[in-house]
Design a protein around this ligand. Structure first.
Ligand code: CTP
Length: 215
């Protein structure tokens, strides 16, 4: 590719509201996606960052859009996908949301409380139906059978690369500055990256993306 590529990167968790004071979410900090966005920008790419609620300040990129729910994130991603040469879905999207939203705070009653959940759309799948960028990268957060599960996701979501990590490893992953990952590609290769900073992992991911763009 001769012109500079446009990267569309997602980061952080999504937040699915239950009532005005409660939500369902996960401990994603946004660090991994922010590191990818920052590194792509450093290499001269145009970068669009869509990020869920994060305590960290997002990096300076060309466009940054803060969103809350998975559906908001999907609208933002599908809105920008036409411009993207590369999609990196680092966000930890909530798979489920409450079936209903209570405008009033749910009061404590006798006994327990059962929440009905419905499935959120799969953002990767929906966005790639609008337009598939040249390179699509997904992440897999697994608590067992890491490589097998990651390979299934790579195939099912028609990804070029998947970055897999074992969320049960102590001192790494969600919220941490460090991670250890395996990058799987469509040719069956597995690149293992031992515990290192998320900045270094971003460098390695973008090296792989650049060689796919060049090929
Ligand atoms: N993803 C997405 N939309 C969702 C859920 C996940 O686009 N609604 C993306 C994530 O950003 C990630 C990839 O899909 O790049 C895999 O996410 P993961 O949560 O590991 O997989 P799921 O497809 O949700 O499968 P499961 O939770 O059953 O492991």
């Amino acid at each position: 590719m001769n012109r500079k590529p446009t990267y569309l990167v997602t980061a952080g968790p999504t937040r699915e509201p239950v009532d005005p004071v409660r939500f369902i979410s996960n401990p994603s900090s946004g660090k991994m996606g922010f590191a990818v966005a920052r590194e792509a920008k450093r290499r001269g790419a145009r970068v669009i960052l869509i990020y869920g609620p994060a305590a960290l300040v997002p990096p300076r990129v060309d466009e940054a859009v803060g969103v809350r729910t998975a559906r908001d994130m999907m609208d933002a991603v599908t809105g920008f996908i036409g411009e993207a040469d590369v999609l990196v879905m680092a966000a930890a999207v909530c798979d489920y949301r409450p079936a209903g939203y209570s405008e009033n705070k749910i009061k404590k009653g006798a006994g327990g409380l059962t929440l009905e959940l419905v499935e959120n759309p799969d953002i990767l799948t929906e966005a790639c139906k609008v337009k598939r960028p040249c390179v699509v990268v997904g992440f897999a957060a697994e608590s067992g059978n890491l490589l097998e599960n990651a390979r299934v996701k790579l195939e099912k979501k028609h990804l070029d690369l998947i970055v897999a990590n074992d969320i049960t490893s102590p001192g790494m992953g969600f919220g941490s500055d460090y991670n250890a990952v395996a990058i799987l590609d469509r040719d069956g290769n597995v690149e293992n990256i031992d515990r290192t900073t998320k900045e270094e992992i971003a460098v390695r991911i973008i090296d792989r993306i650049e060689s796919l763009l060049a090929g």
